[in-house]
Design a protein around this ligand. Sequence first.
Ligand code: TYM
Length: 316
Amino acid sequence: MSKKVLLSGIQSSGKAHIGNYFGAMKQFVDLSETYDCFIMIADYHALHSLQNPKEMKENIINLLLDYLAVELDPKKVVLFKQSDISEHTELTWIFDTIVTMPYLMRAHAFKDAEAKNKEIDVGTFNYPVLMATDILLYSPDVVPVGADQKQHVEISRDIAEKFNRIYGETFKIPEVLIMKEVAVVPGTDGRKMSKSYGNTIPLFAEYEEIKKCVMSIVTDSSGERPENVYAIHKLLRPESELKKIYEKKAGKYKELKELLIEDLEKFIAPMRERRKNFEKDIKGALAILAEGGERAKKVASAKMAEVREKIGVNVY
Ligand code: TYM
């Protein structure tokens, strides 16, 4: 029996952080044994926030190295770049003709931008549709993501169902996969860890940077336990162990932060070293990405041929 299919991706819009790792990347690695995996560098998604070709290239390569350093094995996983597969943008247009504006106006990202009175580009408005094509072209059974992406996967399900209703059974309806304990990894200020809040701990931080991030964790002096420190710490140690330590060191915030620094360093150091090794052979890493692109293209173009047939443009 063939394996079930998993698809997911990350925007190449800056440094990966431990929220990306625990919320998403770790699942990619853990599940790569049991699923056929497609893991994407979502570079076209990054275009909203990045209009600098040099940085764009750097970010793509950085995310590729990150994927390799967390031990995504290219033998088990198809690692590819969104912009290598033109079917993503082609299918987006077709979906655009069946998705309504009021429907997309309910998306969180749009509402947030609107609440801030931002002038929104069409790409930002349409973002969930591009993400739906990212997913549906590969017929995945599951899409592992953090909680912030849940609505986007739900939108992809709605779009698949609508297309299937209009044109006949074409797309598999994907399931979102969110690990409860890491659905929202908090940042150094207790809010969701996010590049846009400036509250991240970079996944490949050097020791000094780890120290700086941990020392900046906002602590609340009202309780015995510094909750923001604890919330990050429990990603690294079992809670049964951690609770005892925090009870023993009740009120000793500095010592607890020092322990967190050590635990983060132990966790990050091997990945950081692996990443440095991959950095020595960028060409080799890019060859892996190009090869993954060829494999992804085969799957996407077969699905696209089916779509063209279904909508009636295939007249030859
Ligand atoms: P992105 O690049 O913002 O984030 C990548 C993944 O990391 C998860 N994540 C978190 N999980 C838990 N706690 C956090 N603090 C945290 N911060 C980020 C995100 O939920 C996500 O799973 N649009 C997507 C990328 C994308 C994609 C796709 C994902 C493009 N096409 C197709 C799945 C399928 C994004 O911007 O994620």
